[in-house]
Design a protein around this ligand. Structure first.
Ligand SMILES: [Zn+2]
Length: 277
């Protein structure tokens, strides 16, 4: 059954031009916030991605949210189906708001989900280790990618991440860090989390800028939240899935598959984008 919104899609902001050759930016598609409570919406999102033949898809799993044996079985099945699981925080909510910067980040960007920002460097690494161990304890493939909630990594250095050797890649707002080498690749991000009317024009402007940057960067991230397909930017998301067809997993960045003229060190990305610094 098609939902009413699918039968009458709202027109996207600009016409999609499908490209699937090497001129098309490498396209990293992720679904955020897999938790038991969001799985019904995640399944509908994966149905939509399947219909548009989007593969591979990276799934950002939040371990500390009450998974039971059946839920973990479903994650294993998703992995067998070729989806890539990544770690995404522990509980996906901050226990407390620490400091003015975190308070502002919380108000304007992350609500209360940026759980790293309430922690010091040791606390961040302990949380990441707990996240990684959970996958191993439940016979899931150990993820090579970690995405901090709200892309807010907090006050942990690239050197500390390399030494801890927990995840090969860490995604932040501006791009993706290779923790082995300390190099990071700038990857423009498209988002559709228009859960309030005021966010619609802001996200459309942001996405228009990101599409332009994607041409130069040679790669683009399409970050989908579970409720996005019920939000006003659903048609924009579908248009982008038709426009960008050179799908890859994040590990393709390690192979240099994306032209990355704007590759920068994490410290530079962190200074510009991480509000905890
Ligand atoms: Zn999230």
């Amino acid at each position: 059954m098609m939902s009413p919104s699918e039968q009458r899609p709202a027109p996207p902001t600009d016409a999609a031009q499908p490209v699937a050759n090497d001129a098309c930016p490498l396209t990293l598609v992720s679904v955020h916030d897999l938790m038991p409570a969001t799985m019904p919406a995640v399944r509908r999102t994966l149905d939509l991605l399947r219909r548009h033949r989007v593969h591979p898809v990276t799934l950002l799993v939040v371990p500390g949210t009450g998974w039971n044996a059946q839920g973990i079985d479903e994650l294993r099945a998703l992995q067998r189906a070729g989806h890539v699981l990544a770690g995404h925080g522990w509980e996906h909510r901050a226990e407390r708001i620490r400091g003015l910067r975190h308070r502002l980040h919380s108000l304007f960007l992350s609500r209360n989900v940026a759980e790293h920002l309430a922690l010091d460097a040791d606390g961040v690494l302990a949380l990441m280790r707990r996240c990684r161990d959970w996958f191993e304890q439940h016979d899931l493939t150990s993820p090579s990618l970690y995405v901090p909630p709200a892309w807010a990594l907090g006050g942990v250095s690239a050197a500390a991440l390399r030494e801890a050797s927990l995840f090969r890649q860490v995604e932040v707002f501006g791009g993706v860090l290779d923790t082995h080498t300390g190099a990071s690749v700038h990857v423009p991000v498209l988002g559709y989390e228009a859960d309030a009317a005021v966010r619609v024009p802001v996200l459309r402007l942001w996405n228009a800028l990101s599409r332009r940057r994607a041409v130069q960067a040679g790669c683009v991230r399409i970050g989908i939240h579970p409720q996005d397909i019920d939000h006003p930017l659903r048609a924009d998301l579908v248009a982008d899935l038709k426009r960008y067809r050179r799908f890859a997993s994040y590990s393709a960045l390690l192979d240099g598959a994306a032209a990355a003229p704007e590759g920068r060190r994490l410290t530079e990305i962190g200074r510009r984008l991480d509000p905890s610094r």
